[in-house]
Ligand binder design. Sequence first.
Ligand code: ST9
Ligand code: ZN
Ligand code: ZN
Length: 332
Amino acid sequence: MAPNLFGSSTSLYLETSDQEKSATEKASIQPKYEWDIVWRNVIAFVYLHFGALYALYLVFTTIKLETTLWMLFLGSIAGFGITAGAHRLWAHRTYKAKWPMRFILMIMQTIALQNDIYEWSRDHRVHHKFTDTDADPHNANRGFFFSHMGWLLLRKHPDVIKKGATVDMTDLERDPIVFWQRKLYLLLVTLFCFVLPVWVPCYFWNETLFNSWNTTLLRYAVSLNATWLVNSAAHIWGYKPYDKNIGPTENKSVAIITLGEGWHNYHHVFPWDYKAAEFGNYNMNITTALIDFCALLGLAYDMKTVSVDVIKRRAKRTGDGTRYSEDEDSQS
Ligand code: ST9
Ligand code: ZN
Ligand code: ZN
């Protein structure tokens, strides 16, 4: 039997419904999930990760300091393109942004190469609507590896496409910046994720093409794995103060790594909050600081939040008791 990389356990992979078993009483066990492996993606991700590991070695040997700093700068702005842009602005509409901010966020999101804004947001809305079911593109019940990167190596489960069609995307269809990014995505990604990032170090501080290319692989691999941790680690490990009946968790390490996106139990309960967390403490939620700063400049506005009262009531009703427990309330 093939190793179960895409299921949480052998039993899940082999799971058949009781009805099927008793009806046929056959010894043969049907796999629950069919793997239609996309080899192009497997090869690309294997190359990416080996290249990134080699680049890590180069960072400590021949890569120039300026190139490493350039990689960190690009990684951060790509990260904000995902957090403040694709996630909090476009997928959830937690705030509004004037067109210059939307344009800059679109370029930043393009540097991240995580699919165009429309596709990213569609998968993410479907993830929120059908969390941890077969219709969730990165269903965490299929195990860490599947929800982390395995889902990008297989054709989607038919439920994702069938039930995904029920998610309203008309707001993004009306946004010309989203529309044009989708139309020109291949060109934009080639330019902003690869050509410019590799060219700048070679031109401005005489970095070698080889080193510059490998640094780009490292930046991309790190930012992908950081993002994927929200779908994997923050659906497995951590407290559930707001709803103990769902998979997503509060995960501080993931929050720090992902610029503030690890407060995932809160985020799944209150997805419209622009902070994507109960608290706006900037040190563990730097994306909130960025949106607040843009609001000061008049670029971001209409930020949505949730009142403490609503949060408390929900936490008491469905939380795991790690915040706003009945005891805590009776003491106060
Ligand atoms: C990547 C995305 O890595 C990561 C997203 C992570 C999200 C995390 C969220 C957490 C919060 C934010 C945290 C940020 C932290 C940042 C920190 C940074 C420091 N609904 O997809 P196709 C239909 S991408 C409705 O081809 P296949 C639709 O009609 C990495 N319908 O399915 C579609 O056609 P069209 C780079 C849907 O053939 C058609 O089906 N990119 C939905 O099964 C076909 O869709 C890659 O590696 C839906 N949800 O292929 C590429 N989905 O689009 C990966 C589909 O024309 N992608 N339909 O409308 C692929 O190669 C393929 O999509 C596939 C599936 C092989 C995975
Ligand atoms: Zn979300
Ligand atoms: Zn989630």
